[in-house]
Design a protein around this ligand. Structure first.
Ligand code: URA
Length: 233
């Protein structure tokens, strides 16, 4: 791919702006040699103002989503895109969340610019289980596990029962819930069906991939190939 197109696709500017940047000497190789529009060294050797270029497509990142951020790029309030470098919003192909989280849900969010991969992960056939850590308003009454596992629970305003889900009690008002699907506000509505209320919800894992403890709220990282493979494990 030509240098102008490559940098424009990575969000460094419009084609015109990138052309200007290249002509001004902002793009070099790792030895500091200024690159021209027709130079195309390997991606890892290109520097923009001395910094490594962002990774090319296909890209998968993990984000530890904080409370108060929506997963929609259209939202006028704070969005997950505000947590990434501004040029990421200009990438082509763009990064999309792999299964959204509610505005007030925290934790593991994967994002990718690879449509096929996105569909593969969210498709029920892949069976990428999602685990959520829920904090509750009232103590569990002891029947939730059986109800969630039954495969007969029908949420308010729906007709199709939920697939069986697993509940692991962590405390009087705290539990892990493992889901095979991702319906709208699913965990909150499951507990609402038991007369309880979720006061805090965070996603812990997707498939076999558990969010690293070192990834603080609001931080993101590129998902390494072996981490991506563990999603399907
Ligand atoms: N279930 C919910 O209720 N909310 C989420 O964000 C994810 C699962």
């Amino acid at each position: 791919m030509k240098l102008v197109k490559l940098l424009a696709n990575l969000g460094y500017g419009s084609r015109k702006e990138v052309q200007r940047l290249i002509r001004s000497g902002a793009v070099t190789d790792d030895a500091g040699l200024v690159l021209g529009e027709n130079d195309v060294p390997p991606h890892c050797r290109i520097r923009f103002r001395g910094e490594l270029l962002d990774p090319p497509a296909p890209l998968v990142i993990m984000l530890n989503k904080p409370d108060g951020y929506t997963c929609s790029s259209e939202d006028p309030g704070s969005t997950i895109y505000d947590l990434l470098p501004p040029r990421f919003a200009q990438r082509n192909p763009g990064l999309n969340p792999i299964g959204r989280l509610d505005k007030d849900t925290t934790g593991l969010l994967l994002m990718t610019d690879d449509g096929k991969l996105l569909h593969k992960i969210i498709h029920p056939k892949s069976n990428c289980l999602k685990v959520y850590h829920a904090h509750l308003d009232r103590p569990l009454d002891g029947h939730e596990g059986e109800l969630f596992a039954s495969g007969t629970l029908v949420l308010n305003s729906e007709s199709r029962p939920l697939l069986p889900a697993k509940l692991e009690v962590l405390g009087e008002k705290e539990a892990l819930v493992t889901l095979h699907e991702g319906r709208y506000h699913q965990v909150r509505r499951m507990f609402a069906a038991t007369g309880n209320h979720v006061t805090g919800l965070g996603r812990v894992s997707i498939g076999g991939f558990i969010m690293p403890t070192g990834l603080k709220e609001g931080q993101w990282q590129v998902l390494e190939p072996e981490q991506l493979a563990s999603v399907f494990a």
